[in-house]
Design a protein around this ligand. Structure first.
Ligand SMILES: *[C@@H]1O[C@H](CO)[C@@H](O)[C@H](O)[C@H]1NC(C)=O
Ligand SMILES: *[C@@H]1O[C@H](CO)[C@@H](O)[C@H](O)[C@H]1NC(C)=O
Ligand SMILES: *[C@@H]1O[C@H](CO)[C@@H](O)[C@H](O)[C@H]1NC(C)=O
Ligand SMILES: *[C@@H]1O[C@H](CO)[C@@H](O)[C@H](O)[C@H]1NC(C)=O
Ligand SMILES: *[C@@H]1O[C@H](CO)[C@@H](O)[C@H](O)[C@H]1NC(C)=O
Ligand SMILES: *[C@@H]1O[C@H](CO)[C@@H](O)[C@H](O)[C@H]1NC(C)=O
Ligand SMILES: *[C@@H]1O[C@H](CO)[C@@H](O)[C@H](O)[C@H]1NC(C)=O
Length: 435
């Protein structure tokens, strides 16, 4: 008898100790449970509503075995990372997996549910779907509030049917650099970038920014054609390309930069270590008055059109803080004609913008100390005195002297003729010869 009572007490304590017991309820075929699933088998259950499950894995096979009639399964607000598909025949039509910790849904996942119509994956930690994730047969797919990583391949986004994935328009990217941007916009930009990239170059979507005045989004695309053996500027690249890298090619002229309208939206152009000998062609171009960064390091420039250059830079909207210019490593011609103008209108005026101003030096001439110093520090007298060839300045001075002496001569001759005429009454020889 005592033993019996003892057993009864034991039974009571063990049953009440099971935490799940009071947390399940059944109402018209719907079993609602918190924490864990009761151990009972119920043929008649058609819908399961589970929440606060803290195990890492949920095996749907167990559930289907226990509740073979189940059609709706909802699991939410739980710590589940992995959903193991049933792998046995089932009648599941609705599968809601909301606010769990799912990071990965394989492309074959849906193959396990021959009758499925609705799949919700809202509020999980999915970064991407498989490119060939097939939503065939689904009537509804919910993907809101996941941690979509827009730096990954987004072809899967464009492959989804909007009438099934009804929240596709609202999906947002998570994390740098596209935080909060619409997944669909980014996917379209990426597709364009991929499809319209310059042959043999790499194109990347760097950022998507918002125009502060219009609120419009615009992409920032970078094209990298460095070290590709190019001899010409590329004439095709994706629309909205802002940055082009063309370092280490064999480009000699910049005509395309002036005449091709596709260059009008470009901000930064890097042409380090090419074979450019002149930028005269850029006089009056849209580029000079609109660029943000322009690098001509290590080319073959010996002079540039200083007045036109200065004029354009004064109009440039990125002045003074946004503009970057690189002119070092070129064989600048150190003569008295070019240097004073170059110093005054370019090097001194734009010293803050020419980021490598200390490398802007004269072409190397053996024994000429001027070719070792940055041009901006050269004194005018050293340039004009040491100049070996006749500079225009000197030429002009000479011409002035010749003209002045000619004027003196003509006036002298006039005075002489006048004096002679007064004295002898004879007209000068030249007047007599005239008709
Ligand atoms: C079960 O429900 C009770 C009261 O509703 C709650 O105090 C308890 O924490 C729940 N157990 C689990 C495991 O969720
Ligand atoms: C099953 O899910 C569908 C779609 O969410 C819903 O319309 C239906 O009422 C659900 N059935 C049960 C029994 O919960
Ligand atoms: C996604 O899940 C599949 C199997 O379920 C696994 O093979 C794969 O490695 C997982 N991928 C990631 C990124 O976790
Ligand atoms: C998305 O998740 C956040 C944070 O968990 C939550 O506040 C928000 O209500 C969720 N939105 C939707 C539509 O589920
Ligand atoms: C997104 O994916 C890329 C490439 O796989 C990775 O380098 C990056 O860290 C991820 N970003 C986030 C926010 O997870
Ligand atoms: C451009 O591509 C080359 C390799 O082709 C790489 O070395 C270089 O770092 C890239 N430049 C940028 C700015 O990504
Ligand atoms: C890419 O090229 C296609 C076909 O040439 C064109 O329709 C599309 O507008 C281009 N997109 C961009 C962003 O340049």
């Amino acid at each position: 008898m005592l033993c019996f009572i003892f057993l009864e007490i034991l039974y009571a304590t063990t049953t009440t100790a099971r935490p799940s017991e009071g947390n399940c309820s059944i109402d018209r075929g719907i079993l609602t449970c918190q924490g864990s699933l009761l151990e009972y088998k119920q043929e008649s259950i058609t819908a399961l509503d589970l929440s606060h499950f803290w195990q890492a894995e949920l095996d749907l096979k167990d559930i289907v075995k226990k509740f073979p009639e189940v059609q709706n399964i909802s699991v939410k607000d739980s710590g589940i990372h992995t959903i193991v598909p049933p792998g046995i025949p089932n009648d599941i039509k609705v599968l809601c997996l909301k606010k769990l910790l799912i990071t990965n849904i394989s492309r074959k996942f849906l193959e396990n549910f021959p009758n499925i119509q609705v799949l919700s994956l809202e509020g999980n930690q999915l970064e991407e779907l498989d490119n060939d994730f097939s939503a065939d047969g689904l009537k509804q797919l919910n993907l809101l509030n996941n941690t979509w990583n827009c730096s990954k391949d987004l072809d899967w986004v464009l492959g989804l049917d909007k009438s099934v994935a009804t929240d596709l328009d609202e999906l947002k990217c998570h994390g740098y650099p596209y935080q909060g941007r619409k997944l669909l916009d980014i996917a379209h930009y990426m597709k364009d970038v991929k499809e319209n990239c310059t042959a043999r170059c790499d194109c990347t979507l760097e950022q998507v920014k918002e125009d502060p005045s219009s609120g419009q989004l615009y992409p920032i695309i970078m094209v990298n054609c460095s070290d590709r053996g190019l001899t010409e500027l590329p004439e095709h690249f994706p629309r909205y390309t802002r940055i082009i890298h063309l370092e280490g090619n064999y480009i000699t002229n910049l005509k395309a930069l002036k005449i091709k309208s596709i260059y009008k939206s470009l901000w930064d152009l890097y042409l380090d270590n090419n074979e450019i000998t002149s930028i005269t062609v850029l006089e009056g171009s849209h580029w000079l008055s609109h660029f943000r960064a322009f690098s001509l390091k290590g080319n073959k420039l010996s002079k540039l059109p200083a007045f036109a250059f200065d004029n354009a830079l004064m109009k440039n909207q990125h002045m003074p803080d946004g503009l970057r210019l690189y002119l070092g490593g070129n064989p600048w011609r150190c003569d008295c004609l070019f240097i004073p103008v170059f110093q005054e209108l370019v090097l001194q005026k734009y010293a803050q913008q020419i980021k490598d101003i200390q490398d802007v030096k004269c072409s190397y001439v053996e024994g000429d100390a001027n070719s070792l110093l940055p041009i901006v520090h050269l004194s005018r007298s050293s340039v004009c005195r040491l100049s070996t060839e006749y500079s225009l300045q000197e030429g002009l001075d000479l011409l002035n002297a010749v003209l002045a002496s000619l004027i003196v001569f003509v006036l002298g001759k006039l005075a002489y003729d006048y004096y002679h005429f007064k004295k002898s009454g004879r007209l000068p020889w030249i007047v007599m010869k005239m008709p």
